[in-house]
Ligand binder design. Structure first.
Ligand SMILES: Cc1cc2nc3c(=O)[nH]c(=O)nc-3n(C[C@H](O)[C@H](O)[C@H](O)COP(=O)(O)OP(=O)(O)OC[C@H]3O[C@@H](n4cnc5c(N)ncnc54)[C@H](O)[C@@H]3O)c2cc1C
Length: 463
């Protein structure tokens, strides 16, 4: 907190509001809606040309909004820090988030019973509905507006310096996201803003991105996606790290949903070690013993001229058959019936568990999530207010929280935005309540919470 250093320049234009939200992404827009629904004036400062650009790109353009997990289960999937989210989720869990979206014209469904999508399967529906709702509530969204400094007076927040002037408010909500996918706006600015007023930032690592391997063989398998692959990190420190899911092979290594989840665990190790060994079950989880027995039984089933690689193609796609042979120094052209027991045993071992070595990642440019951020210990989980600077709030990915694939990260962004927007504009003794239940439609007191009136912008089905 450096009050003298943070006085606004007198030449700058001044705007005043109850709350300034830094960042018009998932968390920031929810924060703005949350505060504005309760009658407060809000300015959103968004540095890009449009609010919600990352939302539009989310879920491959379809936006995996949330998922159907109950709170305890949801938190347990985040690891050690998951419980920090409890107060936010208790008020705004996946049901509340879906209800809120429904109230602004975004109906959702979970075709696989787990991942929740807008029924339009178009992420623009979500972005547009949030922006329209914020604007309908009178929120000012300043685009091309880049936050430069949180301003404090007498030790508490008094406003924000931006490239468009000084914005004055008793509350500032930092919702600037992480550092990943900088092309969509998040470049770690929120960490710098927070650090400048005394917050600690935990080490930042790109998470959820393709991994590069030392072995070149994945480049030969790019046409294939293998389902239900189990991947373990083969490091003493990380024996418990295990993911299961689809794996895609790329010209530099591996990608796909399982790898996205694994990457958040692996990138911190890459900083400590030059390489991270992995063990993959690529062939449906069949054990080494089962493979030994099966390969033995094949000797009487294949014609003598069938090659080792051709024989393996009975169970694995052609390029993998060749790779498994090469990994065990078996010539792919060798006659299968001529393989020794030792060679079959070696094949069985790599068919059951295949080693791969991670030597790098796609870095920040394609990291969908950031591991690390504003240290949780310095933030009140009940309100998301800073313990360092009163009046400063945080929501979304800027905090030291990162979840796996499957609507986890957006759920946190929405839930934390709703809580922070409310807490930042509440009186100190006002109880925090679910935002959906607070919703009223101006001029219609008979209206059920969340029901749009005819002619209300929320009645329009977003395109
Ligand atoms: C390609 C992609 C797909 C994804 N798909 C999914 C998915 O389907 N489901 C899911 O749960 N998660 C998904 N995620 C993760 C999820 O999108 C993020 O965790 C979530 O958007 C974080 O929300 P946020 O509001 O905290 O940050 P962001 O959405 O990153 O928003 C931060 C905003 O702050 C603005 N900003 C930054 N610095 C400044 C500054 N100095 N001044 C003013 N404004 C600033 C940025 O321009 C941005 O608009 C995806 C991520 C990516 C990159």
């Amino acid at each position: 907190m450096n009050d003298s250093a943070s006085s606004p320049s007198p030449s700058l234009a001044r705007h005043t509001a109850d709350l300034i939200v830094v960042g018009g992404g998932a968390a920031g827009l929810m924060g703005a809606i949350s505060a504005a629904r309760r009658g407060h004036s809000v300015i959103v400062c968004e540095k890009m040309k449009r609010a919600g650009l990352k939302l539009i790109a989310s879920g491959g353009g379809r936006c995996n909004l949330t998922n159907t997990l109950e709170i305890e289960d949801f938190m347990s999937r985040w690891g050690r820090t998951g419980r920090f989210m409890h107060p936010a989720l208790r008020l705004h869990d996946q049901r509340a988030i879906r209800a809120l979206f429904s109230s602004i014209g975004v109906e959702s469904h979970a075709p696989d019973g787990f991942r929740v999508w807008p029924k339009t399967h178009d992420a623009r529906t979500v972005q547009l509905a949030m922006v329209e709702e914020a604007e309908r509530l009178g929120v000012t969204i300043l685009c091309h507006c880049e936050a430069k400094k949180v301003v404090t007076t007498d030790g508490r927040v008094s406003g924000l310096e931006t490239n468009q002037g000084f914005l004055e408010a008793p509350g500032v909500l930092i919702a600037t996201g992480g550092k990943g996918y900088p092309g969509l706006g998040s470049t770690g600015a929120g960490h710098r803003l927070a650090q400048a007023v005394g917050h600690k930032i935990t080490p930042l690592h790109p998470a959820m991105q393709p991994l590069f391997t030392r072995e070149p063989w994945p480049a030969r398998c790019t046409a294939y996606t293998l389902p239900k692959v189990e991947i373990r990190v083969d490091l003493k420190k990380a024996r418990k790290v295990c993911v299961i899911g689809d794996v895609i092979f790329t010209k530099n290594g591996i990608a796909g949903p399982a790898v996205m989840d694994l990457a958040r665990e692996v990138t911190p190790f890459l900083d400590q070690f030059d390489q991270v060994p992995l063990l993959l079950k690529l062939t449906g989880g069949r054990s080494e013993d089962e493979w030994v027995r099966m390969l033995k039984s094949w000797r009487s089933e294949f014609r003598p001229e069938i090659s080792a690689a051709k024989a393996l193609e009975r169970e694995v796609p052609p390029p993998f058959a060749e790779v498994f042979c090469e990994l065990t120094d078996v010539s792919p052209q060798a006659r299968f019936v001529d393989l020794s027991g030792q060679q079959r045993a070696a094949l069985a071992a790599v068919l059951a568990v295949t080693p791969l070595t991670v030597v790098g990642s796609d870095g920040w440019s394609r990291a969908m999530v950031t591991r690390g951020g504003v240290r949780l210990k310095d933030v009140h989980p009940e309100t998301l207010e800073s313990k360092v600077v009163p009046g400063l709030f945080f929501a979304g990915e800027v905090l030291d929280l990162d979840g796996p694939c499957g609507g986890f990260n957006l759920t946190w962004a929405f839930s934390s935005g709703l809580l922070a927007g409310q807490a930042a504009t509440n009186g100190p003794d006002d109880p925090l309540t679910p935002v959906v239940a607070h919703q009223t439609v101006p001029g219609d007191s008979s209206q059920q919470p969340g029901q749009p009136t005819p002619g209300d912008p929320r009645s329009r089905a977003p395109s």
